[in-house]
Ligand binder design. Structure first.
Ligand code: GDP
Ligand code: CO
Length: 388
């Protein structure tokens, strides 16, 4: 992929947030790019980056036909972890997901690990290291963020150098391939040990009633990006609109960065990732909270060529996502008084009568990830590793 090298970045402490960059050409292996653009120099380096990147797909009750497309679109070189919170009765959707993974494994031999978020063995072995993720039923709590953190730990166990997330409700499989190319290219372009790539969807659309309407920005993103930028502007006293990907489910990062992030519960997770990076490495530098002071953290935002077409889950879902993300921002150190008031006013204008809640926040646990994975895959009858 030939990527535009971003023209500028904004520095917040040791965090560098790059402006949106665009794709010039989807595939450009081996070319010599002009200055100001980047392409992975060789097939060897492409394979190298791809094989060190583990994909994590969180899933909850998505159409199996769509999930299968997503799994098949992830490049062969990268290992895959499916973290499912799908129902097991009356219809066992989880079994269908397992069977899809098994079929792909039998056809291709590639590694696919399938975990259930409500796996008892997983919960029992995670509990001593991450007690707050366990709910009243002694199992891992519901939530996309919780699923993503489990995926990150298992990727760590596989020796991942980078982790990459894609949602399971991507209706067009080849778009997932485009995301993978974006991740590999930007991860390989960055020279920092601590790096993140977030996808800005060129357009967003839903499979809904009778028309396909291409929106320039998702409903959640347009509100939460606005809140984030306002909070940052007030904090730094320099107006900014740098944040374009506050809620991007499609993102990748180095494992070194993944271990430093504080994960938010549920749908706050993507916003909370940025919040925690800024809390540690913008505001917390003097208190020694930032592990990457000298190397710096690089955050890239890349605009995809293809529209993001995913499941329409209704207005209530959209409002819940806004609320959780806004809550993550509201209760963060980045938001000072003016920022907090702005969040409250925006939520009020949207019709919310409740105050932002304290979302769950999980530090990456100090855990022997390999031991956890081995125990779960040998002792559990729910979770399975194909090709491990
Ligand atoms: P949106 O695309 O931002 O509107 O959010 P979605 O509802 O599509 O969720 C993003 C992804 O997370 C999808 O693949 C969902 O199936 C998945 N997901 C949602 N809730 C959970 C959960 O509790 N656990 C796991 N593992 N995945 C979830
Ligand atoms: Co979706």
């Amino acid at each position: 992929m030939l990527l535009n090298y971003p023209s500028r970045f904004e520095a917040y402490g040791s965090v560098e947030i790059y402006e949106l960059s665009r794709i010039h050409t989807l595939l450009s292996m081996g070319i010599s790019p002009r200055p100001g653009a980047y392409s992975i120099p060789s097939l060897k380096q492409f394979e190298d980056t791809a094989s060190k990147t583990v994909f994590i797909v969180p899933v909850k009750n998505e159409d199996p036909f769509v999930v299968e497309g997503v799994l098949r679109a992830i490049p062969y070189y990268s290992q895959v972890i499916l973290v499912s919170n799908s129902q097991r009765e009356p219809l066992n959707m989880y079994k269908v997901e397992l069977d899809i993974a098994r079929t792909i494994f039998k056809n291709t031999g590639r590694t696919i690990i399938v975990l259930h978020q409500k796996d008892k063995v997983l919960a029992d072995n995670l509990a001593p290291h991450l007690p707050s993720i366990i709910g009243e039923d002694s199992l891992v709590k519901d939530g996309k963020g919780e699923g993503m953190l489990i995926g990150a730990i298992i990727a760590d166990a596989l020796g991942a150098e980078n982790i990459a997330f894609v949602d399971a409700d991507n209706y067009i499989p080849s778009v997932v391939l485009e995301y993978a190319l974006i991740y590999y290219t930007a991860l390989s372009m960055s020279e920092s040990k601590y790096k993140m790539v977030r996808i800005y969807w060129g357009y967003k659309a839903w499979m809904s009633t009778d028309e396909l309407y291409y929106r320039r920005m998702g409903r959640v993103s347009s509100i939460v990006n606005g809140l984030f930028n306002k909070v940052l502007s007030y904090r730094r006293k320099v107006e900014t609109d740098i944040i374009k990907t506050s809620n991007s489910g499609e993102h990748a990062m180095s494992m070194d960065l993944a271990r430093e992030i504080v994960y938010g519960g549920g749908f706050s997770v993507e916003t909370q990732e940025l919040v925690s990076i800024l809390e540690k490495c913008y505001l917390g530098v003097d208190r020694g909270l930032c592990p990457s002071l000298h190397g710096g953290i690089e955050i890239y935002q890349i605009e995809s060529l293809s529209p993001h077409i995913h499941a329409e889950k209704g207005e209530a879902h959209v409002l819940e996502m806004i609320f959780e993300s806004a809550s993550a921002l509201y209760h963060s150190e980045i938001a000072e008084e003016r920022g907090k008031s702005f969040i409250l006013k925006t939520l009020g204008d949207l019709g919310f009568s409740r105050d932002p809640v304290q979302i769950s926040r999980y530090e990456y646990p100090k855990i022997d990830a390999r031991k956890l994975m081995d125990t779960v895959l040998t002792e559990s009858s729910l979770s399975t590793g194909f090709g491990v």
